[in-house]
Design a protein around this ligand. Structure first.
Ligand code: NAD
Ligand code: TDX
Length: 332
């Protein structure tokens, strides 16, 4: 049995990972999370106390990080400021957490010789044209568009430099858009599902032609566990499940699955610098490490996600009004 430290484990993908680890391994997990507006202790409810410990703190707190690395076999680093729209409004926390926070973890990994897996995003590669036959691979040049994606790109480059210069035992994964339970209502899919539950019309940025490559959060978790166990040090692996969909189709599908008129949504102001299309080629992960996604049916996964938000209003309701007030202030 190993002892894992999971940063950002009270967030969307981190909490899904902790649930996955408890269900599929015998590892012990310590979660380090600052509980920003995006972190929620309730996302870890029901997990056994002898398997999961929670530490409230900041990944940029070098002393705290150092003490936690002392008893840890491997670190999986999810903690980040993660929302593009927030990064356009106030970039500073993105630099503090995504850059300085990652630097702080790398320095601790260097001191303690700890294995570290860094979670990143396909957004570091910029965007693709709608009709481009190419998809992102591990060799695609970095070309981030937003304050969020540029800080994630910066954090990836720090990891690569610490591997090369200091021999830190790290791997990186860049994943496409996740969906599933425990996702904050600021994000596209939960925002529209909870809008429909509240009787608010879904909001589509611009014409809604933008394409995202959807993967279920549980498939992301199994991929990360595979890389942690079998990945080669210093390597980057792209994670994706061949789930390209344009935003308009996703909104229409949510409305249909929720028994509404498919046209009952509003077009609102577009996002500044809005990336057009993301698409992942995950051949390396599949062929080298033998990973395959389990949630092939997007419609079934989306229906289950809708059921989860219907059944867990107490989890998301406290964030809903402030999130909609933020968007209303921007005409979105
Ligand atoms: P999230 O915003 O839901 O969760 C982030 C978590 O990190 C929260 O619990 C928050 O409290 C915590 N946190 C923030 N700053 C911290 C700090 N300084 N110290 C400690 N904890 C801190 O984000 P998410 O969507 O779950 O994303 C998790 C990771 O996955 C991020 O690194 C993100 O870049 C990456 N990613 C996300 C997606 C996606 O579709 N959401 C896709 C690819 C990669
Ligand atoms: O109300 C909305 N209407 C809308 O049309 C919102 C919130 C979003 N959108 C669009 C913007 C994007 O084209 O939907 C798409 C998805 O938006 P987000 O959920 O904000 O995700 P995105 O910007 O694609 O980034 C996500 O995937 C990559 C995560 O938030 C990042 O953390 C991850 O790196």
């Amino acid at each position: 049995m190993s002892r894992l430290l999971v940063t950002g484990g009270a967030g969307f993908i981190g909490s899904n990972f902790v649930h996955h680890v408890v269900a599929h391994t015998d590892h012990h997990v310590t979660v380090l999370d600052k509980l920003t507006y995006a972190g929620n202790r309730a996302s870890l409810e029901g997990l056994p106390a002898d398997r999961v410990e929670f530490v409230h703190g900041d990944i940029a707190d070098a002393e705290l990080v150092d003490s936690l690395f002392a008893g840890t076999d491997a670190v999986v680093h999810y903690a980040a400021e993660s929302h593009n729209d927030n990064s356009l409004h106030d970039p500073r926390p993105f630099l503090d957490t995504n850059i300085i926070g990652t630097y702080t973890l790398l320095e601790a990994a260097r001191r303690h010789g700890t294995r570290l897996h860094h979670i990143s995003t396909d957004e570091v590669y910029g965007d693709l044209e709608l009709d481009d036959p190419e998809r992102f691979t591990e060799d695609t040049p970095y070309n981030p568009s937003s304050p969020y994606s540029s800080t994630k790109a910066g954090s990836d480059l720090l990891v690569r430099a610490w591997v090369r210069s200091f021999g830190v035992q790290a791997t990186i994964s860049n994943c496409s858009n996740n969906y599933g339970p425990y996702q904050h209502v600021e994000k596209f899919i939960p925002r529209q599902i909870t809008n429909v539950i509240r009787g608010i019309r879904p909001k589509l940025y611009g014409a809604g032609r933008n394409v995202r490559d959807w993967i279920h959060a549980d498939d992301h978790s199994s991929a990360v566990l595979t890389i942690l166990e079998k990945g080669r040090i210093g390597e980057t692996y792209l994670i994706g499940a061949d789930g390209e969909k344009d935003n308009k189709s996703v909104v229409e599908l949510i409305l249909e699955l929720m028994g509404q008129d498919q046209a009952a949504y509003d077009h609102v102001a577009d996002r500044a610098g809005h990336d057009l299309r993301y698409a992942i080629d995950s051949t390396k992960l599949r062929t080298e490490l033998g990973w395959t996604p389990q949630f092939g049916d997007f419609e079934a996964g989306l229906a289950a996600t809708i059921d989860w938000y219907r059944a867990n209003e107490a989890w998301w309701a406290p964030s809903k009004d402030s999130t909609e007030a933020f968007y209303a202030g921007k005409g979105q």
